[in-house]
Design a protein around this ligand. Structure first.
Ligand code: PPY
Length: 454
C-alpha cells in the first residue's frame, strides 16, 4: 500500500532577528526541508536559524514583501521557546567557565568547549574517522620529536615574523579551513577572521563556512591576508565562479582539498541528526541533503570524487593565485604537485577525519622535504602542515623540519566556541610563547631556528 502525505499550509509566519516573515510560499522551496520551518511556525526561529545561515541570506533569497515588519519585543516573550534540558546544562556550564586568563594552553580550551557546546556541534568538531587513530596520532607524533638545545647564544631579541606565499605574518601559524563555524559561535568564521587580523596571522577561508564568503572577506582588516580552501564541485561552473570571485576580492592563495573524495566515517558525528541549514555552497549546488547521518554527510554531497591531477591545468587557466594541494599524505604526491606546477602542498590527513591510519603530517615532513630536494623541486615550493598542533613547540618542530608554516583547526574552533574573539586571540598568543631552544642542523651544525621564553 502506498500512502501519500501532503502538507498544505496556507499561512506561515516566523520571527527572525526581531522581524516577522511570511514564509508560506517559500516553505516548499526551503533547501533544508519544510520540517524545520514548520517546527518554528508562529515562533521565534532566530536561535535555530542563526548558527547556520549567512547573515545576508534573507535579503538574497527572499523578496522584500515577505517581511511583514518588526515585532514588539514584549510580544516575543510568548513566542520564545522554553529552555530545554540541554540548553539549561549549557547555560550552567557557561556560568561556571574559568576566566580567560586561566586558559594556559589549547587543551584547556578544548575541555571548556566540550562542556559548553551543543552536543551535535561538539560531535561534529571533535570527531575523527573510524577508531580515531590518525586523529590521536596527529598530536602524539610530536611527542616523539626531541629537541637539540644549544646555549650561550644571544636570544634577547627574537623575531618570529615570516612570509607565507609572500604574505607577511607575525609568526608561522595560520588558521586553517574548518566547516560550519556557526555551530560553535553565532558569528561563525568572522570571529576567526577578526582574531587572525588582530594577531597578524593568515586565515584560510573554508568553502563550507556558515558565513558567506563575502562576510569573511568584509570582516578582515586593511592589510590582513586570507587564503581560500576549495572543495571542488561536480559543477565546475560553481567552482570557477568561487575561485574567480575570491581572486577579485584579494585572496592570496588557493588550496585545493584533495583528501576528501569520499567522506570518512566519523561515527560520533553520524549518530547526530543534522537539523541545521546548508552552507552557501550546498544551496548553490541545489543538492538534496541527507540529514540523518550527521553534519559531515549532510554537507559533503557536492564534492567531486573524480578530481585528479589532470584537472590542475584547468585551475591554472582560471586563476593567477598560487595553487597548493591540501591533503597530501606522502612524498610521491608532493613531487607530483611540484611537477604539475603547483606552488606548494599542505601535508594533512584532514585532522584524522578522513582516512584512518593515514600518517600524521609531522611524521612524513622530513621525508617529503628530502625527496623534494633530491628531485630538485624544493625551490619556490612551500610545504605546510596541519593536524595535531597543540603547542608553540609543535610549530617550532615543524619549522625546524622544513615546513614554511603550520595550520590549526580544532584549537581555534574550541577557543571560538567557548570564549569568542578574545578566546581565539588568547589561543594564538599562547601558541606564540617562545622557548629557549636552538635547533641545529645535524649536517652543518649551524643554528637553523631558535625561540626563547618570554
Ligand atoms: C570536515 O568536516 O572535515 C570538512 O572539512 C567538511 C567535509 C565533510 C565531509 C567531507 C568532506 C569535507
Amino acid at each position: 500500500m502506498c500512502v501519500y502525505m501532503y502538507i498544505y499550509v496556507d499561512d506561515l509566519w516566523v520571527i527572525l532577528h526581531g522581524k516577522v516573515y511570511d514564509l508560506t510560499y517559500f516553505l516548499p522551496e526551503h533547501p533544508g526541508g519544510q520540517k524545520i520551518i514548520l517546527k518554528y511556525a508562529g515562533k521565534d526561529a532566530t536561535s535555530a536559524f542563526e548558527p547556520i545561515h549567512p547573515i545576508d541570506i534573507i535579503t538574497r533569497l527572499l523578496p522584500a514583501e515577505v517581511c511583514m515588519g518588526s515585532i514588539d519585543p514584549a510580544a516575543l516573550k510568548g513566542a520564545t521557546k522554553e529552555e530545554s534540558e540541554e540548553d539549561k546544562l549549557i547555560r550552567i556550564a557557561r556560568e561556571k567557565m574559568p576566566r580567560l586568563e586561566e586558559m594556559y594552553n589549547s587543551f584547556d580550551f578544548e575541555s571548556v568547549a566540550k562542556r559548553v557546546m551543543k552536543p551535535d556541534a561538539w560531535a561534529y568538531y571533535s570527531s575523527g574517522a573510524d577508531d580515531e587513530i590518525s586523529m590521536r596520532e596527529n598530536h602524539n607524533a610530536f611527542h616523539r620529536i626531541w629537541l637539540r638545545p644549544r646555549v650561550m647564544v644571544d636570544v634577547k631579541h627574537v623575531d618570529m615574523s615570516t612570509t607565507m606565499l609572500g604574505c607577511p605574518a607575525s609568526f608561522p601559524l595560520y588558521i586553517t579551513a574548518t566547516a560550519l563555524g556557526k555551530l560553535g559561535h553565532p558569528e561563525g568564521e568572522k570571529v576567526l577572521t577578526r582574531a587572525a587580523g588582530k594577531t597578524g596571522i593568515i586565515q584560510m577561508i573554508p568553502t563550507l563556512a556558515s558565513c558567506s564568503f563575502d562576510e569573511m572577506v568584509d570582516a578582515r582588516l586593511d592589510k590582513q591576508n586570507q587564503w581560500l580552501q576549495l572543495y571542488v564541485n561536480e559543477d565546475r561552473n560553481i567552482t570557477k565562479h568561487l575561485v574567480q570571485h575570491a581572486e577579485a576580492r584579494g585572496i592570496k592563495g588557493l588550496f585545493i582539498t584533495a583528501d576528501a573524495p569520499q567522506l570518512g566515517r566519523r561515527e560520533k558525528d553520524m549518530r547526530q541528526k543534522y537539523a541545521n541549514e546548508a552552507p552557501d555552497e550546498i544551496t548553490r549546488s541545489e543538492m538534496s541533503m541527507t540529514r540523518n547521518e550527521g553534519a559531515a554527510r549532510a554537507i559533503s554531497t557536492f564534492i567531486d570524487p573524480a578530481l585528479n591531477w589532470s584537472d590542475i591545468p584547468w585551475f591554472q587557466s582560471i586563476t593567477k593565485m598560487p595553487i597548493l594541494i591540501k591533503g597530501v599524505q606522502c612524498a610521491e604526491d608532493a613531487v607530483l604537485a611540484a611537477k604539475y606546477g603547483c606552488q606548494g602542498v599542505v601535508l594533512s590527513n584532514h585532522g584524522g577525519r578522513q582516512l584512518d591510519f593515514a600518517p600524521s603530517s609531522i611524521e612524513i615532513l622530513a621525508e617529503v622535504m628530502e625527496t623534494l630536494k633530491r628531485e630538485g623541486l624544493d625551490k619556490n615550493f612551500e610545504v605546510y602542515i596541519d593536524g595535531g598542533i597543540r603547542r608553540g613547540s609543535d610549530i617550532f618542530k615543524a619549522i625546524a623540519l622544513g615546513a614554511k608554516g603550520v595550520g590549526i583547526g580544532r584549537p581555534a574552533l574550541f577557543a571560538m566556541s567557548s570564549y569568542g574573539d578574545a578566546g581565539v586571540e588568547r589561543l594564538i598568543s599562547l601558541f606564540q610563547v617562545k622557548y629557549i631552544v636552538l635547533q641545529t642542523n645535524k649536517h652543518t651544525n649551524k643554528y637553523i631556528h631558535y625561540l626563547c621564553i618570554e
